[in-house]
Design a protein around this ligand. Structure first.
Ligand code: PEP
Ligand code: MG
Length: 881
């Protein structure tokens, strides 16, 4: 029979219709069983119904015509191979019915075991095995599963019957119930099922059971658990699940039986040792349910030596065949080993790196393959401490995972308090409704930051990420009450000084102190990253505003700075006053007086960054403060400026009020500030060029690049460039120095993309600011979108938050247009990206495809971007999958 239109694929007795290559059609489980069968590994016979049937099931609302006949034919073949018959009391064949999608979705869909047991076959099984207890227990398990999954009886009601029987017998566990108890319990369970089905009998015909079970497993593709899991891992609904029906083998028929799970390498460390557990005289569900504690696999050498020897040989064989560490499920029935599943084993980040590098050294895979096997997002885990364990169910609040890592500390609500407590050696977590520049000093000393509001590009998120500090933002359920000094979430109230744990990797908040595991890089990390670097075309820079952050990013492999946000340098407490004074000044004289205070500080910072990045390019962006981040929010702040400067507090406050904007993100920011107050940009350019000259004079190699933000019209850039050139020439002339200084622009407004050719005429480089570009293309406020964007993602309207991964459909064409027009006007124009997307793997791949020169991201994301860039190049080389 050709595979065209085939719906049922058999496997057994050393031959299978399918293979590992047919994962899309047979699911991971079906394909794995077929492949193992073809390899001659002992696998109980069975068949797989394809994912296409599942799709048809949902399209038509029923199973395709003729399927039942095909299943009956397949069953007859399984009976022949197994030497048993469905429904035959003398030699009853029992089967399992399991789901299996293309991607593993552990425990999300339904499974039924021991199907084929009826009021007649249970007696046959008892006779044949001479083990009535085993037979009735198997029947009991089957009825429970079938009643719950197929007939919709509540698990709780089924469990109650078991509990009542245990109680009546004074039994501590079901293992203490004898055959007679179990027989009675089976009667009670079927009666309960009948009562739930308006008197219809529990199905006592194996074919009817099978048909009901197959349809129920297809239905479980759309259960809420499976839907939620698919959303979380981006698994398309259209894939559907396959259903595998397979002859049962029993690990619970006595002391020469067992069931277990092994990994061919240690999934925690990656070491080459067989790792796993098994349980004697048990079924797989006993291992999962955790009712009994399994033994380490090494003990099996003693208890079941032959099966253990065979298992070790199978592990080696499967690993060699699949060229990767496997996760294997097995059963031993009366001393004989059977394999029930094999798949690539899930592993920690540490194990992922070690296994990939070891497999290359063992000659199993090549370096390209090893690089492709590393999950860039997972590499991040290696660089941060982790809350371990981190059970979502125990979290008191959920927010957005703004900056990964773990933080344990005592709650403080203000930046001042954070600093005071930190000074006396306390570890603190700063909790705010949202953060502003005033909070930066507190953020710096805190272990982590939690905000009730804000999205992934909000102030708190961007600043914390730059610092490499754990941060959870937009925790919607959290109410911060500054007046009472408490935070409330659900029915939990925590006060100042109470201890809190944050998991920035998953966006979770826990009450009290949880265990934290420090980061440890495996020895193989550098080798793997060197392989990646040799394969990428994109350069990787970092977004850093401080010499320390720059140095750290360099250690992570950054090849320059792609964005130094100068406004972030103003967040320090000794500076924010001067910045406010500048912004609140009535005229140019006032502004220049304030700028004179800022100048030496900026120059010192720039010099520090140039030194840290000696020999590498440094892009410094001129001031781009959304005004609301800097204006004094409270009257007392104006009083303080007045005290320090002698200015009139009431006037300062009036000015602050007058400057307040309705839409600060679309307001007086970016180059608009430079256009209206040119002295600000003049001061900054002078600080940059003087710092560069001084570092160069000291023997350093500097490559300054000055970047103008938020340009929408070419005339803005033409004028700002003229300003920069004038000041730079002045400084160079004063010092008799010569330095190459590039002047370029951010492309972060749709109009800038459309007129990129005209803008390019005045730019030495472009850098895409995809944070603002996403904001303006979607018309989504970066600061407020957190209130509804998660809903859009949850509901599947957006597959991903567009502030996280570049929206290829909406932003993509604009980016392409800007690149084409920019390079047409200026061939070879250097183009990069410095929005937060520059460190997100799928966006990095897109940047590679667009032909950008570099991506720039926060320091801790540099290794992720290096790896993602290498994978993009490798995938391009390999062509479409
Ligand atoms: C951007 O808009 O992408 C960008 C990098 O600038 P900022 O986040 O500072 O607005
Ligand atoms: Mg921007």
């Amino acid at each position: 029979m050709s595979s065209e239109g085939r719906r049922v694929y058999l496997f057994g007795a050393g031959r299978a219709d399918g293979s590992a290559a047919m994962k899309a059609l047979l699911g991971g489980k079906g394909a794995g069983l077929a492949e193992m069968t073809n390899l001659g590994i002992p696998v109980p016979p069975g068949f797989t119904i394809t994912t296409e049937v599942c799709r048809e099931f949902y399209e038509k609302g029923q199973a395709p015509e003729g399927l039942q006949g095909e299943i009956a034919v397949a069953m007859r073949r399984v009976e022949e191979i197994a030497g048993a018959r469905f429904g035959d009391p003398d030699a009853p064949l029992l089967v399992s019915v399991r789901s299996g999608a293309r991607a593993s979705m552990p425990g999300m869909m339904d499974t039924i075991l021991n199907l084929g047991l009826t009021s007649r076959t249970v007696l046959g099984l008892a006779r044949r095995t001479a083990n009535p207890r085993f037979a009735w227990d198997s029947y009991r398990r089957f009825i429970e599963m079938y009643a719950e999954v197929v007939l919709g009886v509540r698990r709780h009601d089924l469990e109650e019957l078991l509990e009542a029987r245990k109680k009546a017998r004074g039994a501590a566990s079901e293992h203490d119930l004898d055959a007679d108890d179990l027989r009675q319990l089976c009667g009670e369970l079927t009666a309960l099922a009948r009562a739930n089905r308006a008197g219809a009998d529990f199905p006592d015909d194996p074919d009817a059971q099978l048909w009901g079970a197959i349809q129920a497993v297809f239905r479980s593709w759309m259960n809420p658990r499976a839907i939620a899991y698919r959303r979380m891992y981006g698994i398309p609904e259209s894939w559907g699940t396959a259903v595998t029906v397979q002859a049962m083998v029993f690990g619970n028929m006595g002391r020469d039986c067992a069931t277990g799970v092994v990994f061919t390498r240690d999934p925690n460390t990656g070491e080459r040792v067989i790792f796993g557990e098994y349980l004697v005289d048990a079924q797989g569900e006993d291992v999962v349910a955790g009712a009994r504690t399994p033994e380490p696999i090494s003990a099996m050498q003693r208890t079941l030596p032959d099966a253990h020897g065979e298992l070790v040989a199978v592990c080696e064989r499967l690993e060699r065949h699949y060229r990767d560490a496997q996760d294997i499920e097995f059963t031993v029935q009366q001393g004989r080993l059977w394999l029930l599943q094999t798949r690539a084993g899930k592993r920690t980040a540490r194990a992922m790196v070690k296994i990939a590098v070891d497999l290359v050294h063992e000659g199993t895979i090549g370096e390209d393959e090893a690089v492709l096997r590393l999950d860039p997002d997972k590499v991040d885990e290696l660089l941060h401490p982790e809350v371990d364990p981190c059970p979502e169910s125990e979290a008191i609040a959920h927010g957005l995972a703004a900056s990964p890592g773990a933080a344990v500390g005592r709650i403080v609500f203000t930046s001042e308090e954070a600093q005071a407590w930190a000074e006396r050696g306390e570890k603190v977590v700063l909790v705010r409704t949202e953060t502003s520049p005033d909070d930066v000093s507190g953020m710096r000393v805190a272990q982590g930051i939690l905000t009730a509001r804000g999205g992934l590009t909000s102030h708190a998120a961007v600043v914390a990420r730059g610092m490499g500090k754990c941060c959870v933002v937009g925790a919607g359920g959290v109410m911060v009450d500054y007046a009472r000094q408490e935070l409330r979430t659900g029915d939990v109230t925590l006060r100042r000084g109470d201890t809190l744990t944050l998991c920035g990797t998953h966006g979770l908040v826990f009450q009290g102190a949880r265990e934290v595991r420090p980061p440890r890089l495996p020895d193989e990390y550098e080798t793997a990253m060197a392989w990646a670097d040799a394969r990428r075309r994109l350069r990787v820079r970092t977004n850093a505003d401080e010499p320390d952050d720059a140095a750290r990013a360099r250690a992570f492999g950054a090849e320059g700075i792609g964005l130094c946000r100068t406004e972030h340098m103003f967040f320090k407490p000794d500076r924010v006053g001067a910045v406010r004074e500048m912004l609140l000044a009535d005229d140019e004289v006032g502004r220049r007086a304030a700028l004179a205070k800022i100048f030496p500080m900026q120059k010192g910072d720039f010099a520090g960054i140039f030194r840290a990045m000696d020999g590498l390019p440094v892009t410094i962006r001129l001031l781009d403060p959304p005004l609301h981040e800097f204006l004094p929010a409270r009257r007392e702040e104006c009083d303080e400026i007045a005290r320090e400067t002698g200015l009139d507090a009431a006037r300062l406050w009036r000015k602050a009020e007058a400057l307040r904007e309705v839409n600060p993100m679309l307001g007086h920011r970016g180059c608009r500030l430079g256009m209206t107050y040119p002295e600000i940009y003049e001061t900054q350019v002078r600080a940059i060029v003087e710092a560069a000259c001084e570092v160069a004079a000291g023997g350093g190699h500097v490559e300054p690049e000055i970047m103008i933000p938020l340009v929408g019209h070419e005339e803005e850039l033409r004028r700002m460039r003229a300003l920069c050139e004038r000041v730079a020439f002045d400084v160079l002339a004063e010092r008799g120095a010569s330095l190459p200084i590039a002047i370029g622009t951010m492309i972060e407004l749709p109009r800038a993309c459309v007129v990129a050719d005209r803008i390019a005429a005045h730019a030495d480089f472009f850098s895409f600011g995809t944070n603002d570009l996403t904001q303006t293309v979607f018309g989504l406020s970066r600061d407020d979108a957190g209130r509804f964007l998660p809903f859009y993602v949850e509901q599947g309207l957006f597959t991903q938050d567009p502030f996280v991964a570049i929206d290829r459909d909406g932003l993509g064409p604009l980016l392409r247009m800007a690149i084409e027009k920019g390079r047409a006007a200026k061939p070879g124009l250097k183009i990069g990206i410095c929005g937060e997307h520059g460190g997100e793997p799928s966006s990095v791949e897109f940047c590679h495809q667009l032909g950008l020169d570099y991506v720039s991201c926060s320091p801790f994301r540099v290794p992720i971007a290096r790896l993602a860039a290498a994978q993009a190049a490798l995938r391009e080389k390999r062509g479409p999958a």
